[in-house]
Design a protein around this ligand. Structure first.
Ligand code: FES
Length: 175
């Protein structure tokens, strides 16, 4: 199959060299830090994608997330709590139902763009990324940079704390 690129916007200048195309195809998932931002480059079914590496929900790393087609869109599924994020647009997708509807029918809905995505281009077998310049806040911004590192550590610590509490409750109940 011919390699295509995820066309969300046309790049012009500001291109960062990511690596050789062959190597990135082989790796399938590649982590890079560009302009102080941690991103994930994905090669899937002949197409390159790039997005912020940490999930907008609680900063989980997306690197090992499965990819599935949901509602006609390829999505990465965050390994941490299984949130679904479309590869091209960074849209958060969720299944829900309209409470007015009887019987209830579950459908996929979009929360809008939650994960910042970046543009991938190829020139002579080399892959470049143009970082997103979309203005305004996108939820995945929260877990980037120095502050993001602290927030990610906090999210981890909270998880450990919940586990510890669950253990304590269990040992209280069963001992
Ligand atoms: S951190 Fe990704 S789903 Fe919660």
């Amino acid at each position: 199959t011919e390699d295509r690129l995820c066309e969300t916007e046309q790049p012009a200048g500001g291109l960062h060299f990511i690596g050789k195309k062959d190597e990135l195809i082989e790796a399938k998932r590649s982590f890079r830090t560009v302009d102080g931002r941690d991103i994930l480059i994905i090669h899937h079914q002949g197409v390159f994608y790039a997005m912020d590496c940490y999930c907008y929900h609680a900063g989980g790393t997306l690197e090992n997330g499965d990819i599935e087609e949901i509602n006609g869109k390829l999505c990465i599924i965050c390994p941490k709590h299984k949130y679904k994020i479309s590869l091209c647009e960074g849209e958060g997708l969720y299944r829900g139902r309209n409470p007015q509807e009887e019987p209830p029918v579950y459908r996929w809905y979009s929360k809008g763009v939650k994960q910042r995505t970046h543009t991938v281009t190829e020139t002579n077998g080399e892959i470049f990324v143009k970082m997103s310049s979309q203005p305004g806040w996108i939820d995945s911004d929260y877990y980037q940079g120095e502050k993001g590192k602290i927030e990610r550590a906090k999210a981890e610590a909270e998880k450990d704390e919940t586990k510890k509490n669950e253990k304590e409750i269990k040992s209280f109940l069963y001992n």
